[in-house]
Design a protein around this ligand. Structure first.
Ligand code: NAD
Length: 292
């Protein structure tokens, strides 16, 4: 099977290397030649987006958001126009589920099937090949390509028809953002009240408030470490998609709207490229606390 992958950023690069390790014939492209060169060194071939469409049995993308995926697949010189009927497109980017459905409908006119297959886990799990995939699309297409996704992920779950993968990813992003905000608010409140936030963390991490978010982000907050991880600007993108999706289906998401306002404030205070645990900076600035 010939596999194509377009988008070799923080996530796409290590994911490409894991596909290669599993022995697949992989052809790649990215706007940045240095990213392409690194993956070619690991054994991939390099080609233009159009050549990838012409030659590959399955085309994968790992791009920033809906506009980039639409442009790469359906824009002028888009990949879709060059793919053969019977080939498959798998988008692993986190995009708006409505955009996934629009792209799938266009591809269906050309006899091309699509899965939306965003991931959770970030760069460390992309490197280890232990990402969690949440997938939307037809069962038989999912079954055929699950082994390919398993070269990059430890968990690969079909959540429903096309768009269900990205809807699940939006749910994930809402839960993570609200958790980080609650954790920030609580640790700064403890500090302001004169209790050591490190001891608060140690005392509560094993109880009901403990969480994967707490384990990953509390140490970063306590150390004042804002190195991404997952950038605030990317989380703003995901929550914009969540708000748009929620508004279109009539689901109330007041907590998502509140945390998005905090992210926006941080973006305008120069923190857009910091890790999303930097929500704590909002509370620090408002309380005058410099470190936990
Ligand atoms: P990134 O910005 O590091 O990488 C995107 C890559 O796409 C870049 O290398 C860019 O050059 C390339 N690109 C853009 N347009 C292109 C085009 N027309 N042709 C070829 N290449 C093009 O982003 P990332 O962190 O790798 O994230 C990718 C997706 O994965 C996003 O949707 C993000 O939300 C999601 N995601 C990221 C993380 C994370 O921790 N970084 C975790 C889970 C999911």
């Amino acid at each position: 099977m010939k596999v194509g992958l377009i988008g070799l950023g923080i996530m796409g690069k290590p994911m490409a290397k894991n596909i290669l390790k599993a022995g697949y014939d992989l052809t790649v492209n990215d706007l940045h030649q240095a990213n392409v060169d690194e993956v070619v060194k690991a054994g991939a071939k390099s080609a233009s987006n159009i050549e990838i469409g012409q030659t590959c049995d399955v085309v994968l993308t790992m791009l920033p958001n809906s506009p980039q995926v639409k442009e790469v697949m359906l824009g002028e010189n888009g990949v879709a126009a060059h793919m053969r009927p019977g080939t498959v497109f798998i988008d692993m980017s986190s995009i708006n589920p409505m955009a996934s459905k629009e792209i799938a409908a266009e591809l269906a006119k050309r006899g091309i099937e699509m899965l939306d297959a965003p991931v959770s886990g970030g760069e460390p799990k992309a490197i280890d090949g232990t990402l969690s995939f949440m997938v939307g699309g037809k069962q038989e297409v999912f079954d055929r390509f699950k082994p390919l996704l398993q070269t990059m992920g430890a968990s690969v779950v079909r959540c429903g028809d096309i768009g269900a993968g990205n809807t699940t990813k939006l749910a994930n992003q809402i839960i993570v953002a609200c958790n980080i905000q609650a954790l920030s608010e609580a640790l700064v409140m403890a500090k302001k009240a004169g209790v050591d936030p490190e001891l608060v963390f140690q005392a509560i991490r094993g109880g009901l408030a403990g969480s994967t978010v707490m384990e990953a982000k509390a140490p970063m907050m306590l150390q004042g470490n804002d190195k991404p991880g997952f950038k605030i600007d990317l989380h703003i993108k995901d929550l914009n998609n969540a708000l748009e999706c929620a508004h279109s289906v009539g689901a109330p998401v007041p907590m998502t709207a509140a945390v998005q306002e905090v992210f926006q404030w941080l973006h305008h205070h120069g923190c857009g490229q910091d890790d999303h645990s930097s929500i704590i900076k909002y509370y620090k600035m408002l309380t005058g606390i410099e470190s936990l």
